[in-house]
Ligand binder design. Structure first.
Ligand code: ADP
Ligand code: MG
Length: 315
């Protein structure tokens, strides 16, 4: 199967057409129409075999995740997702693999009405690059640099479940029993697009949690030139993660575990009620203050002195 046949067979008709796409796959560029008064939001993420996923991961899962991590970036800005391009590097053309991969990709794309409008197909070690495009009313993006002293720090969903599933896959015997329940948190994260959009105009700052809370919230702190005190007892933990944790001071998974793809936002106290009405699973975990750095406070008021960092390439 050659390149053009492959594109035709698996990607040309993969997603339902949108009316704001005058020209999709097949020409040198796609043409996209942005609504008046809106700004384009765009983001790219690449998944590389052996770095971001195990070689034997199910291709359907991979198709889902490659798109999901990009849609999560749009979610964190408060954007509506619209268009996507796919740069595929394949070591070989395996029909069953391509079928399953494109199914995973297409199912998630259809869920959020995202059209695949172009891409690139090359031969080499397996890697998947996705660029996603969305839009939002001009000036209303939720940025990292706009947290304010006094804001409440909130997260959606629960923290650390994906990291617990990863531990199970890496052979941690105590983690194994939870793999059944939590595997989807690692392999098929749900991008929080509705949450991000409904927090526009309420939240001051936002980021999505890909590298772990400490690392990602750290970006907000640095860019906003503020600090935070987090209440460890308030971290939202799934029942599975609670039964896995052995000591009261074991916060590595929820604080430093990656791949949750939940949102972390800062909300002024006066807007919290409205924010929680719009996003049912929004939990307050701390407050922004002027003192730089991150303080991790136990329920008794004492501070946890533990250096935790998230995932970094080249580190
Ligand atoms: P060019 O010769 O301009 O680089 P290509 O031959 O790479 O174009 O691609 C032909 C068309 O197919 C283009 O519209 C391109 O965007 C699209 N395309 C190529 N690979 C993919 C892919 N994996 N998924 C979606 N569209 C693709
Ligand atoms: Mg060309």
């Amino acid at each position: 199967m050659a390149e053009f046949e492959l594109i035709q067979r698996y990607f040309a008709q993969l997603t339902p057409p949108r009316e704001d796409v005058p020209l999709g796959i097949g020409d040198d560029c796609a043409l996209l129409r942005l609504p008046d008064g809106y700004e384009l939001a765009t983001t790219t993420d690449t998944l590389v075999a052996g770095v971001h996923f195990f070689d034997d991961v199910a291709p359907e899962t991979l198709g889902h995740k490659a798109l999901a991590v990009n849609l999560s970036d749009l979610a964190s800005m408060g954007a509506e997702a619209a268009w996507v391009t796919l740069a595929l590097t394949l070591d070989r053309t395996d029909a069953a693999w391509l079928q399953a991969f494109s199914r995973g990709f297409a199912t998630l794309a259809a869920e959020f009405n995202v059209q695949l409008v172009g891409g690139d197909t090359t031969q080499g070690p397996l890697a998947i690059g996705v660029t996603a495009f969305g839009f939002l009313p001009a000036g209303q993006a939720l940025k990292r640099s706009t947290a304010e002293v006094g804001d409440l720090v909130c997260v959606t969903g629960s923290l650390g479940d994906a990291a617990l599933a990863l531990r199970a896959l890496q052979g941690d015997l105590r983690a194994k029993p939870f793999l059944r329940d939590l595997r989807h948190r690692l392999e098929s994260p749900q991008p929080r697009l509705a949450a991000g959009q409904s927090l526009r105009g309420l939240a001051h700052a936002a980021i999505d949690l890909s590298d772990g809370l400490i690392s990602d919230l750290g970006h907000i702190l640095k860019q906003s030139r503020v600090g935070v005190t987090l209440q460890l007892a308030d971290l939202p933990l799934s029942p599975q993660l609670q039964s896995y944790l052995q000591s009261d001071d074991d916060f590595v998974l929820p604080l430093a575990g990656g791949d949750d793809y939940e949102l972390c936002v800062t909300v002024p106290p006066a807007k919290l009620r409205q924010a929680q009405q719009r996003v049912a699973d929004l939990t307050v975990i701390g407050q922004i203050d002027a003192e730089p750095g991150m303080r991790l406070q136990r329920q008794d008021g004492s501070l946890l002195e533990q250096q935790l960092t998230g995932y970094e390439h080249f580190a």
